[in-house]
Design a binder for this molecule. Structure first.
Ligand code: CP
Ligand code: NVA
Length: 305
């Protein structure tokens, strides 16, 4: 049976660790520019309904380096769900390609794509979640801290797709996860309950960023207005004013804390230039690890076909 990677919870805890170990191995092959070509003669279709820098370049570069051919289909190419039904695209691409990666607005659309595709489907971000990002993020934390035990991860900002993926990770790996967001901008209630009721991690949602970051190992933020919400940007800038990750907030952790951001960042809004450039900022290691984590995810899915 083919497997998909639409949510972090689609992998077991053991598979998450297998992916992380494989990502480290593949990363060292890439750094040495070893020949590593598990996808020779294979193709990856990449469907984007939204803009992207990292996701496109990391998937395309990674798959090409691994011997395959990656095809980019931009927002105006298919008209997925409009010009052509999702279930038709799923079956057409399954006849040509070996893997399918999609970045879509509506999460239901990626579920439908995966349901009708006979090849593995990878979620490159929806309005609901961003599992490839969080796999890269824990790889990065693991590299910096040397372990993933007993970590306090504090997300400050909008309760968005990034938070949903952290919450789903908290179902699988133990951690203390706190999301500090303005009232009315909390993450999806069902996903919060899923994470809390799994009983693996402690999960807290609060509206006090300064209390939240006490003793944090990682402070993480993301844009206040995600793709699809840009017309709300000015209103959100007012609502989120006290949730900026700046030098004062980073100092309030009371310990050596890593700063993370999935990027793209709006410097001067959710994060200051100083925090982005600080030595504790690991945002570019995160971005680099997108490629290695995704390469491992693709190898895992291809091996399980
Ligand atoms: N972090 C991330 O997914 O970046 P892009 O939107 O540039 O792909
Ligand atoms: N929350 C952001 C993440 C971008 C990688 C968005 O959806 O636009």
């Amino acid at each position: 049976m083919k497997r998909d990677f639409l949510h972090i919870t689609d992998f077991t805890k053991e598979e998450i660790w297998e992916t992380l170990n494989l990502a480290k191995e593949i990363k060292s092959h890439f750094r040495n520019r070893d020949s590593y070509t598990p996808f020779r003669g294979r193709s990856l279709a990449m469907v984007f309904a939204k803009p992207s820098a990292r996701t496109r370049v990391s998937f395309e570069t990674g798959f090409t380096w691994m011997g395959g051919h990656a095809l980019y289909l931009g927002p105006s190419d298919i008209g997925i769900g409009k010009r052509e039904a999702i279930k038709d695209i799923a079956r057409v691409f399954s006849r040509y390609n070996d893997l399918l990666m999609a970045r879509l607005f509506d999460h239901e659309h990626i579920l439908e794509l995966a349901k009708y595709a006979s090849i593995p489907v990878i979620n490159g971000l929806t309005d609901y979640n961003h599992p490839c990002q969080i796999m890269a993020d824990i790889l990065t934390i693991w590299e910096h801290r040397g372990h993933l035990e007993d970590l306090k991860i504090v997300y400050v900002g909008d309760g968005n797709n990034i938070v949903h993926s952290w919450l789903r990770l908290a179902v699988k790996l133990p951690m203390e996860f706190v999301c500090a967001c303005p009232k009315g901008y909390e993450p999806d209630g069902d996903t919060v309950r899923l994470a809390q009721e799994a009983g693996v991690s402690t999960v807290q949602i609060t509206s006090d960023p300064y209390a939240a970051v006490q003793n944090a190992d990682v402070v993480y933020t993301d844009v206040w207005a995600s793709m699809g919400q840009k017309e709300e940007a000015e209103e959100r800038a007012r609502v989120f004013r006290d949730f900026q990750v700046n030098e004062v907030l980073m100092k309030a952790t009371g310990k050596e804390t890593l700063f993370m951001h999935c990027l793209p960042a709006e410097r001067g809004r959710e994060v200051t230039d100083g925090v982005m450039e600080a030595e504790y900022s690991i945002v570019f290691d995160q971005a680099e690890n997108r490629m290695h984590a995704q390469n491992a995810i693709m190898v895992m899915l291809a091996d399980r076909m």
